[in-house]
Design a protein around this ligand. Structure first.
Ligand SMILES: C[S@@+](CC[C@H](N)C(=O)[O-])C[C@H]1O[C@@H](n2cnc3c(N)ncnc32)[C@H](O)[C@@H]1O
Length: 297
C-alpha cells in the first residue's frame, strides 16, 4: 500500500481504504465525490483520489495547524517544499517549530503549516503535543530525523498538488460543515466521518470531543437520510447507543502475533448504503476474495 499523505496520523484510517473502495464500487459511487469532515491526515481521501476511485475529495478539519498544513501543500507548494528542503532537522529547529505552533497568531499560514509538518514528522507517533523522537538528548535508538525523508515527502506534496483543482479544503466545525455539504454536493457523494475517539481522543488530538459533542454530530448525521454515509469509532457502548437503529459492524483491529490485541472499532452505516458482507473491514485478503467471488465473476 502506498502512503500518499505526508502526515503521520494517530488512528489513521488507511487500513480501511480497501473497504471504502469496495463500498464505492458496490454503491455505484465511482467518479463521485468523497467527503471527510474530520480529515486529519486524509490518507483514505488521497488514496481514493489519486487512484481515481472518485473525481473530487472534500477535506475539512477544525484544527488550524492541520488546515494550515493542507493549505500550504495545496496553495503554496513551491515555498513549502523549499522550506522542507532547506530546513535542517535538529533539536534546535524542533524548539523553534514548537514555539510557532504554540504562538500561531504571530505566524503566517505557511509557517504554521510547516511547523505542523515538522513536528508531525519528528514527534513520537506523530502526536503534536508529544516529545521528539530520540528525546531531548537524542540518546534513543531512533533519532529526530528517523521519519523525515525529505525527498520522499516532497514528492508526496508535489503529487497532491497536481490534484489541487479536485480537492476542496475547509477549516470548519464538522457540524456546520456537514450541513453545508449536504446543501451543495451531488447525489453520488460518500461521506466518511471519523471523529475523535470516544475514549482516547483527549490523549491523541488537540481538538477532542466530550459526550455532548458526539451527540451533536450524531443528531446531524442521522438526519442525512438521502446521503451515503458511514461513521467509525472506538467500540464504546455510548457510541453504539447514540446510533442505535442503524446498522453497526464491530471488528477487531489488526492483531499481530506476540502483541496484545489493539482493541476493537465500530462502523455505523446509514440505511441508503449497500453494505457487502465482510467480517473485518481491515482484512485486505477477505476483501480481495470477496471481490473475486461475488462481484466480478
Ligand atoms: C480521528 S482523527 C481523523 C483521522 C483521519 N481519519 C486519518 O485517517 O488521518 C479526528 C480529526 O478530527 C479533527 N476534529 C476534532 N474536532 C473537530 C470538529 N469539531 N470539527 C472538525 N474536525 C474536528 C481533529 O483535529 C482530528 O484531526
Amino acid at each position: 500500500m502506498k502512503f500518499f499523505s505526508p502526515l503521520r496520523y494517530p488512528g489513521g484510517k488507511l487500513k480501511v481504504s480497501q473497504y471504502i473502495k469496495l463500498l464505492i464500487d458496490t454503491n455505484n459511487l465511482n467518479d463521485g465525490h468523497y467527503v471527510e469532515p474530520y480529515a486529519g491526515g486524509a490518507s483514505v481521501a488521497l488514496d481514493l483520489l489519486i487512484n481515481e476511485y472518485v473525481s473530487n475529495i472534500h477535506i475539512n478539519d477544525i484544527d488550524l495547524a492541520i488546515y494550515s498544513f493542507w493549505h500550504s501543500t495545496l496553495y503554496d507548494t513551491e515555498n513549502f517544499c523549499k522550506l522542507i528542503n532547506d530546513t535542517v532537522v535538529s533539536v534546535e529547529e524542533w524548539k523553534k517549530q514548537k514555539f510557532i505552533i504554540k504562538n500561531k497568531d504571530q505566524f503566517s499560514a505557511l509557517e504554521i503549516g510547516f511547523s505542523t509538518f515538522f513536528l508531525n514528522r519528528t514527534n513520537r507517533s506523530g502526536i503534536l503535543n508529544a516529545g521528539m523522537i530520540g528525546g531531548n538528548e537524542q540518546t534513543g535508538n531512533w533519532k529526530i530525523d528517523a521519519r523525515y525523508n525529505k525527498t520522499d515527502l516532497i514528492k508526496r506534496i508535489e503529487l497532491i498538488n497536481r490534484f489541487e483543482d479536485r480537492i476542496s479544503l475547509n477549516n470548519m466545525d464538522a457540524v456546520e460543515y456537514v450541513q453545508m455539504i449536504d446543501n451543495t454536493l451531488p447525489n453520488n457523494t460518500l461521506i466518511y466521518l471519523d471523529p475523535p475517539y470516544y475514549k482516547k481522543g483527549k490523549e491523541l488530538y488537540i481538538n477532542y470531543y466530550n459526550h455532548e459533542d458526539h451527540k451533536e454530530i450524531a443528531d446531524v448525521v442521522k438526519k442525512l437520510t438521502n446521503r451515503y454515509w458511514l461513521v467509525s469509532y472506538d467500540n464504546e457502548t455510548a457510541i453504539k447507543e447514540l446510533y442505535s437503529g442503524f446498522r453497526q459492524k464491530i471488528y477487531s483491529l489488526n492483531y499481530s502475533v506476540g502483541k496484545a490485541s489493539k482493541g476493537s472499532e465500530v462502523i455505523i452505516y446509514n440505511d441508503k448504503l449497500f453494505v457487502p458482507e465482510i467480517e473485518n473491514p481491515t482484512d485486505k485478503k477477505e476483501i480481495s476474495n470477496f471481490i473475486k467471488s461475488e462481484i466480478y465473476l
